[in-house]
Design a protein around this ligand. Structure first.
Ligand code: UDX
Length: 467
């Protein structure tokens, strides 16, 4: 395929615009949702678009603001978000915060966008890419005649669940009834009721609204960008394209196109890479539950003793706030019991960890980024999903791609120990690792020259230039 033209402007227009090779560059404006799992893919998208010649302007909230010093090539525009007090911890609070924050940003964003448009000139701006959860931001841009694209940072299958949410309520799948948890959702295979997004009866109203607004954001945009790819979700992508009137760009996994995102909110402890260097190939279990999931102190203790009892070398991310409501303490004696065999860090350079030859398994919460990062490196997974799309992602890992399995039920040290051994030492685990290796190859084809994701990026760039 012929590479798309560099995004430069044919004619001079008023106002400041970045100059690139003697041409005026076109600007792409970005507005990420300020949570780690959403910030990372948005910054990777920024990296992709910047490498294709676009100038990048990032609008951002004060909450979880990026560090402009780490991105000297981008312009940053802070938008007051009306937030005060500590970051939310419970998932119901996160859902409420997303809505509150996007509404609070609406008026200040309008003023700042208007100022930016005046400065760059309207013609110099190609479009705004906003997270699907920022409908008010999409609406402001539309009112100011700026074309928008929506970035959905999760899987195509999870977005299909957003679209299907009213139907799932109408047909009685939701709210989840305890007795129905294992019932297959025949309209959305391979999901079972337990795999659907659900935050309890009290949260049903806000969740419905959140998902409906995300779908509205996509439908009122000029396209949907998905951080997924053909090797993982061919059928799901076909279904979405059939059901949506806007073009869909499956350009993932974005971290493979723009690895140095520099968008980590916590400092990554790189000393674990040196420790991994000392470990035999595929011997280490990497354990991380992402940036938001919380566990009880009891579960932390059972997890710790399960890891200790398995005898398997491990690297465990115990981030601040992992245990709700207490400065988590690993159980007394854990350090002594595992000395020389494991490492605990507050935050890791995850992509590099998963790429490390010493890592042979990933115990994950199945956030979409963690899931795709693991898939890309051929690392099989132990799944312990907590909320949102994580249960659905775990279902795909176990049932569709067959590169891992879920540790379900109450966490007990004995079952944790057995699950770790199954993944790391048994034949079953070896088979999953072999399939993960095949999926890694298929992924590399998507991201390689002429692969489906490369083609989608070319199409996206051309689309942005045509808006
Ligand atoms: C949240 C939701 O939990 C998830 O369900 C949704 O798909 C995206 O938003 P989060 O908990 O942040 O995700 O998990 P995930 O999507 O996996 O993103 C975490 C990111 O942080 C990954 O890119 C990962 O590489 C990075 N990370 C994680 C680190 O850099 N260091 C760590 O120690 C752990």
């Amino acid at each position: 395929m012929t590479p798309p033209p560099a995004p430069t402007m044919a004619a001079e227009s008023n106002g400041a615009a970045a100059v690139h090779g003697g041409h005026r560059r076109r600007h792409v404006l970005l507005f990420p949702l300020p949570f780690q799992g959403h910030i990372n893919p948005m910054f990777r998208l920024a990296g992709v678009l910047h490498s294709r010649g676009f100038a990048i302007t990032v609008f951002h909230t004060h909450f979880n603001a990026p560090d402009p010093a780490r991105h000297p090539d981008y312009r940053f525009v802070p938008v007051p978000d009306g937030m005060s007090g500590p970051a939310p911890v419970a998932i119901e609070d996160v859902v409420v915060q997303i809505s509150t924050l996007s509404v609070a940003c609406e008026a200040p964003f309008r003023d700042r966008l208007a100022a930016v448009l005046e400065e760059y000139s309207r013609d110099a701006v190609a479009c705004l890419v906003a997270d699907t959860h920022l409908l008010p931001i999409v609406e402001v841009a539309t009112r100011l005649s700026v074309p928008t694209l929506a970035l959905r940072t999760g899987s195509a299958a999870s977005f299909a669940c957003f679209v299907a949410h009213p139907m799932l309520c109408e047909k009685g799948y939701l709210p989840v009834q305890e007795s129905q948890r294992d019932t297959p959702v025949s309209e959305l295979p391979p999901y079972r009721v337990r795999d659907l997004m659900y935050i309890g009866k009290d949260g049903q109203g806000v969740l419905c609204e959140l998902l409906a607004r995300a779908v509205a954001a996509v439908k009122s945009s000029s396209g949907l960008i998905l951080n997924t790819f053909d090797a993982l979700e061919r059928q799901e992508l076909m279904d979405i394209r059939r059901n949506l009137a806007v073009p869909v760009f499956d350009i993932g996994p974005l971290h493979k196109f723009s690895p140095a995102a520099e968008s980590s909110l916590l400092r990554q402890d790189r000393s674990c890479l040196e420790w991994l260097d000392t470990q035999p190939p595929e011997s280490v279990l990497y354990v991380s539950f992402g940036s938001l999931a919380c566990m009880s102190l009891r579960d932390l203790v059972e997890t710790a003793w399960g890891i200790a009892g398995s005898g398997v070398p491990f690297l465990w991310v115990v981030r601040p706030g992992l245990v709700r409501g207490c400065a988590h303490q690993l159980p007394e004696g854990f350090e002594v019991a595992t000395r020389g065999r494991g490492m605990v860090v507050a935050w890791a350079p995850q992509e590099e960890v998963l790429r490390h030859r010493a890592v042979g398994g990933f115990w994950t919460h199945n956030g979409w980024n963690s899931t795709t990062e693991s898939v890309c490196e051929g690392v099989p997974m132990l799944c312990r999903p907590y909320f949102g799309d994580q249960m659905g992602n775990a279902r795909y890992v176990e049932h569709v791609w067959r590169v891992g399995f879920e540790v379900g039920g109450e966490l007990e040290r004995g079952s944790v120990e057995a699950a770790i051994r199954r993944l790391m030492a048994d034949r079953g685990g070896a088979e999953m690792r072999a399939r993960a290796g095949e999926l890694k190859k298929a992924t590399a084809e998507c991201t390689g020259k002429g692969g489906s994701s490369c083609q989608a990026i070319d199409k996206l760039v051309m689309h942005m230039m045509s808006l």
